[in-house]
Design a protein around this ligand. Structure first.
Ligand code: PLP
Length: 422
């Protein structure tokens, strides 16, 4: 409580103190709450989604950088590395060999075959390439799945905290979100009993999860899938962080049953965020309907990115080096965060995030993150992005950056926190 009071007091007078001590006051709009202005023409209620706060934090950080200040980016879930070398080589050669026109809507057949091989490589399961649909990012797969599976007014369950865009995409498609309030005892993951008394048309889970990095083991996943099966609830598994695991490997829903929808992406393990490429595996009966939707919604995923992905799928050595960096960063954070004053977290099983309880210091994580950005130029994300009810007492820190950057960020966070430590 004492820390909270000091923080609040300090936060209120931050600009004043900076002014008094002659600092350049950065008068940037760090108010992440954007309103909709005076739109006079018709606009849809379903389109009035919340901002993706991490993107707003990125924008605020960019403005600070523009003024010549170095910002350390621990906010965005984006590998600091670019696309793997083989992917870039494929693109360079591909550009001279091809007009890069539309591809077939389901994706280049060779790419779908290579993605199927990945399921054998990672889980020793055979997935028919016919069931794989390549999309613009996994974000494209969510749009495809939600439009292909649900009707207006249907309800989809998602764990809270969770990836913020799930609920915003659902809203934009006039679907209802049922936020399942998860607990730290269950690693902030939904469990089978959570859904027994709920009438859900669909359940969407992520393991490893964003923002916690926690994973469901095979029994837990099986329990959830069985519970869904009994209630005829469609099961969707977001496996975007597969490949980025530390002590145990992540389990794919496809290892348990083919009656589910599995979404993945080239953004995280394959380090290709801006290439906008992902995929969804669907049961046989859904291929044609999803193909029609893909044809009409996107025509196809970016051709050039599909070519790059062919190279990325042959780059496991290079990608495993990235994994080595995440592993080292994770170990560094487990050691350093408590010393800095951030003691309340569970080490992530996968992905590249720490979800930290900062309730000893603030009850407004938005202001807390603003103060950190303004004062020591480290960008981190307020938990409110992931959990509208409880996220004012949490923050998410991404360690997908290089180790030297992370060390610099930690030393700045240490400076910031020095005022609050006993
Ligand atoms: C859990 C989760 N799912 C999906 C996405 C969307 O990723 P993309 O559209 O780049 O594949 C993200 C992005 O951070 C994420 O964290």
């Amino acid at each position: 409580m004492r820390f909270k009071a000091i923080f609040k007091k300090f936060n209120l007078s931050l600009f004043y103190i900076m002014y008094l001590f002659g600092y350049t006051v950065i008068a940037i709009d760090l108010n992440f709450e954007k309103n909709f202005g005076n739109i006079r023409m018709k606009n849809s209620a379903r389109g009035r989604v919340d901002p993706f706060i991490v993107m707003d934090v990125m924008e605020a950080a960019r403005q600070i950088s523009k003024l010549g200040h170095e910002v350390i980016h621990l906010e965005v879930g984006q590998p600091g590395t670019g696309a793997p070398t083989l992917a870039k080589e494929k693109v360079i050669n591909g550009l001279s060999d091809s007009t890069m026109g539309y591809t077939v809507a389901l994706g280049i057949p060779e790419l779908r075959e290579k993605i199927a091989d990945l399921y054998w490589r990672w889980y020793k399961i055979k997935v028919d390439p016919e069931r794989i649909i390549v999309t613009p990012g996994s974000s494209g797969s969510f749009i495809l799945a939600f439009t292909g599976l649900f009707d207006v007014g249907d309800t989809v369950g998602i764990g809270s905290p969770g990836y913020p865009s799930y609920r915003q995409i659902l809203k934009a498609l006039s679907l209802n979100t049922c936020a399942i309030k998860t607990t730290s005892d269950n690693k902030f993951q939904p469990i089978a009993t959570d859904i027994k008394d709920k009438n859900l048309d669909g359940l969407l889970i992520a393991s490893p999860a964003n923002p916690t990095g926690s994973m469901l083991n095979k029994d837990e996943l099986e329990g959830l899938m069985e519970a869904c099966d009994q209630k005829q609830t469609v099961f969707i598994s977001d496996e975007i962080y597969h490949g980025i695991e530390y002590d145990t490997r992540a389990v794919s829903a496809l290892e348990i049953s083919d009656d589910c929808f599995v979404i993945n992406s080239f953004s995280k393990y394959f380090s290709m965020t801006g290439w906008r490429l992902g995929w969804i595996v669907v049961p046989y009966d859904y291929i044609r309907q999803f193909e029609r939707l893909a044809q009409n919604l996107f025509i196809c995923a970016p051709h050039i990115s599909q070519v790059a992905a062919l190279g990325a799928l042959d780059s496991h050595d290079e990608l495993n080096q990235n994994l080595g960096t995440y592993r080292a960063n994770r170990a560094l954070l487990i050691e350093q965060l408590p010393k800095i004053g951030f003691k309340k977290f569970a080490p992530p099983d996968g992905a590249f995030y720490f979800y930290i309880d900062v309730s000893d210091y603030t009850d407004n994580s938005l202001n807390f993150c603003k103060a950190i950005l303004e004062e020591v130029r480290v960008a981190i994300t307020p938990g409110i992005d992931f959990d509208p009810d409880r996220g004012l007492e949490t923050v998410r820190l991404s360690y997908a950056c290089s180790t030297p950057d992370l060390k610099k960020g930690l030393s700045r966070l240490d400076n910031f926190m020095s005022k609050y430590r006993l």
